[in-house]
Ligand binder design. Structure first.
Ligand code: G6P
Length: 496
């Protein structure tokens, strides 16, 4: 491996494979679920690319290896780095700040030092495996300094960055003690991709305010500095998606359809099954959803004999204090609701604190009449898109927060403001009572939209922008989409 070089390198905090340790202590690898690896797989295979990332556990040093044709370059984090870089700066500073400070962001200088050091290691590793003139695609908020570090080390590279989470308004972003360094770090890329048009606007505004550079959407003119020549950077929205076809195929399989019927039967065949699926994160608005649901039960607008809410809350970042609190709060609320409204044989909330395989998720989507996505802030929310992709029967109602990136595209959902509990309650009732003809009409429109922009389209558009930005040379030789989709990502005012 020592001198193996790749024309295409993906860099993300987490690798697309999980390490599974069997009872006898032997370790093997399993591809993690999630669209990113599916999206990048065709390009990775065409170009024999490599993926640099962390395996998700501290202190494990591994040699590069190949997993189902994918070259994996693991990067080790020490226990101290997991605490300071991952749990600290990434998930207790940047994560809350970029999600509009739903919980306060914590600023610690030693966390920042660790963030700089770990970003440098990621950059060094990527520089070591990238071929001359290679394309390197860096992902997400954990690695915002990597683009500049990489450009300084390897000016020959074409560098892309995609932020999977929101980029906050300047009034919030300006809290960050290291706000200038982060912006400079990101501007090391040729293309900075963001989820929403508003995120791209927030990013460009931060660049103008902090560095005074000229921006003319989607371009940012970066002048010459002591260490780098003048460059033009592109910053624009590329809304991410899922592998729509694969998900629909899964939902059409007889086994999944049978499982969906079985789930409804196991729930006691209620008139209405409602569903929430989230990582257990304070950005998801799970508490707001439970509040609306319990008030509807309390007021008798919903009856526990007719309706049940299935809440899947997959464990996440469990050593971070705010996540521990959230879990306690949600579980207390669920216990109260079930205690107050449950009857023998009818549970108000079916709470599941674990993740499920894709097959089970597809069956749950098919079994649910109403999908509740009530995020207080969310980069995109792929669960909303999965629900739509699964509903090949053109049934089911999506209640979707306007604070999730998906709301820009999924305009035929029932869009809600999760802070407005009365509005949320009315939308839930509208969903429960919606006639079949309207459900079909809305779901058809949603499905059309989701099909138009699947994850393959997303990755090809990004790589196309990257190839255009670097002089139009299609270095990857991949089949890239033209950038004809600029128009539809522009947010239109909501219908009155
Ligand atoms: C979000 C982030 C990802 C992250 C994932 C899971 O989707 O955008 O970068 O990997 O959450 O979080 P974790 O901390 O477990 O990696």
């Amino acid at each position: 491996m020592a001198d193996e070089r790749f024309a295409f390198v993906v860099v993300s905090n987490r690798l697309p494979v999980d390490r599974v340790v069997a009872e006898d202590g032997s370790a093997s690898w399993k591809q993690s679920p999630g669209g990113l690896v599916t999206a990048l797989e065709p390009v990775m295979r065409q170009t024999e690319g490599a993926w640099v990332g962390w395996i998700g556990q501290p202190e494990i040093i591994l040699e590069p290896f190949t997993h189902s044709g994918l070259r994996i370059v693991p990067l080790a984090l020490s226990a101290d780095e997991v605490e300071h870089f991952y749990e600290g700066f990434s998930n207790d500073t940047i994560w809350p700040l970029y999600h509009d400070v739903i919980v306060p962001a914590t600023y610690h200088r030693e966390w920042w030092d660790s963030y700089v050091a770990v970003n440098q290691r990621f950059a060094d590793q990527a520089a070591a495996v990238a071929d001359i003139g290679a394309t390197v695609w860096v992902h997400d908020y954990q690695l915002q300094l990597v683009p500049r570090m990489l450009r300084l080390a390897r000016p020959d590279l074409v560098i892309g960055f995609f932020n999977h989470i929101p980029f906050p308004a300047y009034g919030l972003y300006s809290q960050l003690p290291w706000r200038t360094q982060i912006i400079e770090g990101l501007l090391g890329a040729d293309v900075v991709g963001l989820q929403r048009v508003s995120d791209a606007g927030n990013f460009s505004r931060a660049v103008r305010r902090l560095l005074g550079y000229t921006t003319r959407s989607p371009y940012i003119e970066v002048p010459r500095t002591d260490d780098l020549p003048a460059r033009r950077v592109i910053a624009r929205a590329f809304p991410i998606s899922i592998d729509v076809e694969a998900f629909e195929e899964l939902a059409r399989s007889p086994a999944v359809q049978a499982r969906a019927d079985q789930i409804r039967a196991e729930l006691g065949n209620p008139k209405t099954v409602m569903l929430g699926v989230d990582r257990l994160d304070y950005t998801k608005g799970i508490g707001h959803r439970l509040k609306a649901f319990s008030e509807l039960l309390d007021e008798g607008r919903l009856n526990v004999a007719d309706v049940t809410l299935v809440q899947v809350a997959s464990p996440s970042r469990e050593r971070v204090e705010t996540y521990k609190h959230l879990r306690d709060e949600i579980e207390l609320t669920v216990g109260r609701i079930n205690g107050d409204f449950g009857t023998i044989g009818h549970q108000a909330v079916n709470y599941l604190h674990h993740g499920f395989p894709r097959e089970e998720m597809a069956a749950l989507y098919l079994a649910s009449d109403v999908m509740l996505v009530t995020a207080l802030r969310d980069g995109m929310n792929l669960v909303a898109k999965e629900y739509v992709a699964a509903r090949h029967d053109e049934d089911g109602v999506l209640v979707l927060s306007e604070f999730a990136g998906a709301a820009d595209e999924l305009r035929s959902s029932l869009r809600i403001n999760p802070h407005d509990i009365d509005g949320l309650k009315d939308a839930i009732m509208q969903a429960v009572d919606m006639p079949r003809a309207e459900r079909r009409k809305r779901m058809r429109a949603l499905r059309k939209r989701v099909r138009e922009n699947d994850v393959g389209h997303w990755s090809r558009s990004f790589l196309r922008a990257l190839s255009d930005a670097s002089g139009g040379i299609d270095r990857l030789g991949a089949d890239l989409d033209p950038l004809g989709d600029l128009e539809w990502t522009v947010e239109r005012p909501p219908k009155p």
